[in-house]
Design a protein around this ligand. Structure first.
Ligand code: SAJ
Length: 416
């Protein structure tokens, strides 16, 4: 089977590599020439454990080839971003661009699978766009099994950092526009997935992806709300959660500096924007998690002011922020609360902030003018130390108590 994967990012590239590693002939299509060139040299442009090794093998064997121009294939898999626009509505322009790019090479019998996280109804909208672009072909429709082109929505569910393992092991939801489309999509995932392939319709599959991430967001919001309550009531929230989780039916997640990444902090809005009057808990959770960075900034401000006096001014207080990524042991800074906190604190206290992020070599543009990237050892001499991400390097670090130093630990770094 020849498969074309559109979008060679955090999901598309591992999926393309995995399909090729299991014997499929794979074309990876991306608009970024640098990504295409890197992949064709057997290397990768993102950080994901175990991925480069597989990409190296499948490009050397010729089973994976990256390209800027779409080619004919049996199946087309779309894994492009669906960020939200300012008003929390999904931006479907990348899906539209991918559909427009693949339409000219479509042939009777092909299957199109959308993997990008999308609001309910997007697969049907994409099918309508394709119908307009290729009136010579009949596309999958809910009320008919006969069609030239099969279309399905099959959400990805892999956890960054564990992608190579979860791609194979996780169960997958296969949401065909019609049953014939589910059957065709099942063949694609059957190539490498060992987990169960669960068939449903496209709308339920779309909602299921959003539901999984909203579930996690709501539960993290509860932990974050507890962290604020405990701070006011002078209770150690980490100990509280550890104790409460000994109850056989309680499993509270962990508070942090906020919720980041391109999924959990985004996807619940796709539910809220469709049904704002009904999605009240989902919406409240988003607001609670989005409010946490502001609270952390307040704590840093308080720390700086508590260290001033006796001839020492706020501008003399040095602040070290440890961690910029959106979660531990990855290099992904997208929608990272830590990054936003450091940017705002560095703007408020110019020239006083150093940042440590062991997984990147250069600060992103948003921070370059405000903060300096340093090694962990260098950061330890600061007056205020803020742990924002529980990276391995920080967990392994020992921090001897020092007079006059304030530590703000947003992630229970030493597992108390
Ligand atoms: N976080 C907390 N406390 C926790 C757990 C996470 O504050 O107890 C924070 C993290 O630090 C991070 C954010 O939440 O900022 C999201 O991290 P995550 O590890 O929960 O999830 P993602 O965004 O890396 O991946 C999620 C996963 N979804 C679920 O677990 C339901 C993954 O399976 C999805 O494939 C992915 O979203 C996606 O692409 O949608």
């Amino acid at each position: 089977m020849k498969i074309a994967v559109f979008g060679l990012g955090y999901i598309g590239l591992p999926t393309a590599a995995m399909l090729a590693a299991h014997g499929a002939e794979v074309i990876g299509v991306d608009v970024r020439k640098d990504a295409v060139d890197t992949i064709n040299q057997g290397r990768i442009h993102i950080v994901e454990p175990g991925l480069e090794e597989v990409v190296g093998k499948v490009t050397a064997s010729g089973l994976l080839k990256a390209t800027l121009a779409p080619e004919k294939a049996d199946a087309f898999l779309i894994a492009v971003p669906t960020p939200f626009k300012g008003d929390h509505e999904a931006d479907l322009s990348y899906i539209h661009a991918a559909a427009t790019a693949l339409a000219p090479v479509l042939e009777k019998g092909n299957t199109i699978i959308l993997e990008s996280t999308s609001p309910v109804g997007t697969t049907a909208i994409m099918t309508d766009w394709l119908r307009e672009l290729r009136p010579d072909l009949t596309f999958a429709a809910e009320d008919a099994e006969e069609c030239d082109i099969y279309v399905a929505y099959c959400p990805e569910r892999v956890l960054p950092g564990k992608v190579m393992q979860e791609l194979i092991e996780n169960d997958r939801i296969i949401g065909g526009i019609n049953k014939a489309s589910s059957a065709m999509a099942r063949k694609v995932y059957g190539i490498f997935v060992k987990g169960e392939l669960l068939e449903t319709n496209a709308r339920t599959a779309e909602m299921s992806k959003l539901t999984e991430n909203a579930f996690r967001d709501v539960n993290i919001a509860f932990a974050n709300e507890l962290s604020l309550i405990c701070d006011r009531l002078n209770i150690n929230v980490w100990e509280l959660i550890r104790l409460a989780n000994h109850h056989p039916r309680v499993n509270i997640l962990q508070p942090g500096p906020g919720v980041g990444g391109h999924c959990i902090a985004v996807d619940p809005w796709f539910i809220v924007s469709k049904t704002p009057d009904l999605a009240r808990l989902t919406s409240a959770a988003r607001h609670i998690n989005d409010g946490k960075p502001e609270w952390v900034k307040g704590k840093i401000r308080e720390a700086v002011h508590s260290l001033t006096g006796n001839g020492r001014e706020a501008k003399d207080v040095r602040i070290a922020c440890l961690g910029l990524a959106f979660k531990p042991d990855i290099d992904d800074l997208r929608e990272s609360p830590a990054l936003h906190i450091v940017r705002d604190v560095a703007e408020e206290f110019p020239g006083q902030v150093v940042a440590v992020e062991p997984n990147i070599r250069q600060l992103p543009a948003a921070l370059e003018d405000h903060a300096t990237l340093v090694e962990p050892e260098e950061a330890l001499s600061a007056d205020v130390i803020v742990f924002l991400v529980a990276h391995r390097q920080f967990r392994e670090m020992t921090l001897a108590p020092r007079e006059g130093r304030i530590v703000i630990d947003c992630v229970n770094i030493h597992n108390k």
